[in-house]
Design a protein around this ligand. Sequence first.
Ligand code: Z5A
Length: 211
Amino acid sequence: MTVRGRFITLEGLEGVGKTTNREFIESTLVERGIDVLVTREPGGTDLGEQLRHLLLHATAPVSAEAELMMMAASRKQHTVDVIEPALKSGQWVLCDRYADASYAYQGGGRELGIDVVAALHDLLQIDLQPDLTFLLDMPIADGLNRMAARGKPDRIEKEALAFFERARAAYLQRAHAQPDRMKIVDASLSIEAVQEQVRTLLLAFLERDHG
Ligand code: Z5A
């Protein structure tokens, strides 16, 4: 019988180093002979990538509710077409953001509230839970400074500091409520020090997982 793969996600605000650590986690898993599919949200399917473009670059106004529904549409397609089949086939999936991001950004940042985000996910039957989530956390200004060096901000990156403060608070609240799954990483340190924390948490997960 094929053993179901594991689902690992990366979360955090802009510039905290998700992409940098995604590559590190992928190579750590591959070194251990684990077949891993790397993907992202919004995105991960043709429809999801089209929605991503709209979400990040729409010039027309986007209401908080419309934004949440587009994130959820991308997530449903991605979960059904890509993530679930991979996990069922025994492949591991490493995803740059998943449902926690909607709780943080739309629930917290946009102030829709956790109950609205949860209700929509229930309605759409998006009930997949990551086995392990890395929440890369650091002061907002530092992350935004890292991103500033990268050029023009997208639609969401143009938001005020208070929006990111609310999103960060919602992320941290979620991590404190689900400490077994969601591990907080101090992302303000050097790349090497951040990777050391990620490595320690990942190896502890692998040890637990393989008994
Ligand atoms: N969003 C949402 O609202 N609701 C949802 O449900 C979902 C998403 C799923 C797209 O996300 C947007 O969608 C995002 C949330 C929203 N909006 N915003 N704003 P994204 O994941 O594509 O974009 P992002 O958050 O802006 O991520 P990013 O641009 O890819 O940043 P990152 O991956 O976290 O960082 P990085 O590229 O790895 O690193 C940034 C720079 O810092 C780079 O130059 C690195 O070399 C450097 N770096 C990384 N680590 C370090 C350390 N430790 N020290 C020094 N420098 C470092």
